[in-house]
Design a protein around this ligand. Structure first.
Ligand code: PLP
Length: 417
């Protein structure tokens, strides 16, 4: 039983290099976060060895008495956290949760109505090459010219196509959705309402965002974005969907659950119920607002940089570069050069191809977890703005990089590792 370094130095080196990258750069990919050491400890535990097909108390394997405890705690905690009647903590990922959820409430060939991928939706909401787009009849709604989800279009399309499922949720959208209005429209056409809160679940847990569980038939989420846990998925629902959802996850799509990850999810749900977590989510939101305000100042505007929807209510900002000399790829590369990690992102009606794009998606959850306060977000917002200006050159890159390093040093990440 050798250590990783002794047994496999090549993989150990890659892990060490990744830790160093995370420690020395500023992580601003909106879907990423830093899991607590306790979460990683559970995820790296002996629970990885255990087969446990089935659910707590009803397993197809012996020796499940301890993983049953951990999985039941995860279920109870997440139900309490979001006020849900039912929870399934077994989905291996957000996409797996979505697949199981969709097949539990609809049949292949049924019509589903979701937000267009190019307007901020997710692959699993009906993208052509995804299972959702291949096996269901997809109708997509969009954002309007102000960058807001067009609820009049949602209602019109719902009445015209009578979908079996209406999907509310997003991967790139800077505002809150009107769940009550989605519910009203779903009721009007007798559709199920499925909310995918993968991105904003942490804000919901902290009470800083409307809770979709109050409105939706089924709610899915990832556990690793704003929620800050291990990579994975969950499904919440009204009790009436319990049997169908359980059987859709297992044996429908998955085999043995990842009990080590489920234990880590339980730890992250405990963290998410704490006052410190709420305070962190408040800093996450404040940081995104500070960033949006900085990118709307005159120097940025003059350089053709803008912010979709004119601001943000959540943990991310969508930068609009349609009038900038920089495309999304160049802007992403520039920020990478100074030590800030973001991803390029298509803007609605993007004139550039999907591999280039005319936008950036920039999020604040990981930096808030690192400890960033308002003044630090002001500093990082200024670094980003300056990197996107035409005055950027090699000397500027060096000075911005030094400012990034100062922030990284101010908030040491995983010092215990
Ligand atoms: N749903 C939404 C809204 C997402 O943004 C994502 C991931 O980006 C997912 C689902 C899928 O999660 P995963 O990458 O864990 O499959």
């Amino acid at each position: 039983n050798q250590s990783l370094h002794a047994l496999d130095p090549e993989i150990a080196a890659a892990v060490d290099a990744e830790l160093h990258r995370q420690q020395t750069t500023l992580e601003m990919i909106a879907s990423e976060n830093f899991a607590p050491v306790a979460v990683m400890e559970a995820q790296g535990s002996v629970l990885t060895n255990k087969y446990a097909e089935g659910y707590p108390g009803r397993r197809y394997y012996g020796g499940c008495e301890h993983v049953d405890v951990a999985e039941q705690i995860a279920i109870d905690r997440v139900k309490e956290l979001f006020g849900a009647e039912y929870a399934n903590v077994q989905p291996h990922s957000g996409a797996s949760a979505n697949q199981a959820a969709l097949f539990a409430i609809a049949q292949p060939g049924d019509t589903i109505l979701g937000l267009d991928l190019a307007h901020g939706g997710h692959l699993t909401h009906g993208m052509r090459l995804n299972f959702s787009g291949k096996q269901f009849n997809v109708v997509a709604y969009h954002v309007d010219s102000a960058g807001l989800v067009d609820m009049a279009e949602v209602e019109r399309l719902a009445k015209e196509h009578r979908p079996k499922v209406i999907i509310a949720g997003w991967s790139a959208y800077p505002r809150q959705l009107d769940f009550a209005e989605f519910r009203r429209i779903a009721d009007e056409v007798e559709a199920y309402l499925w909310v995918d809160m993968a991105h904003f679940a942490g804000l919901v847990a902290a009470g800083l965002h409307p809770n979709p569980v109050e409105y939706a038939d089924v709610v899915t989420s990832t556990t690793h974005k704003t929620l800050g846990g291990p990579r994975g998925g969950i499904i919440l629902a009204k009790q009436e969907f319990a049997k169908k959802l359980n059987s859709s996850v297992f044996p429908g799509f998955q085999g043995g659950p990842l009990e080590h990850v489920i234990a880590a999810k339980a730890v992250s749900f405990k963290v998410a119920a704490s006052p410190e977590f709420k305070e962190r989510q408040e800093r996450t939101l404040a940081g995104a607002r500070i960033l949006a305000e900085r990118l709307l100042q005159d120097d940025a505007t003059a350089a053709g940089v803008s912010v979709l929807s004119g601001g943000t209510d959540v943990h991310l900002v969508l930068v609009d570069l349609r009038n900038s000399q920089l495309d999304g790829q160049q802007a992403e590369d520039r920020l990478h050069e100074v030590g800030i990690t973001v991803n390029r992102n298509a803007v609605p009606n993007d004139p550039r191809p999907p591999m280039t794009t005319s936008g950036l998606r920039i999020g604040t959850p990981a930096l808030a977890t690192r400890g960033f306060q308002a003044e630090d977000f002001s500093e990082v917002a200024d670094i980003i703005a300056e990197a996107l200006l035409p005055t950027f050159d090699e000397a500027k890159a060096e000075s911005l990089k030094a400012r990034v390093t100062a922030l990284a040093v101010k908030y040491p990440l995983y010092p215990e590792l």
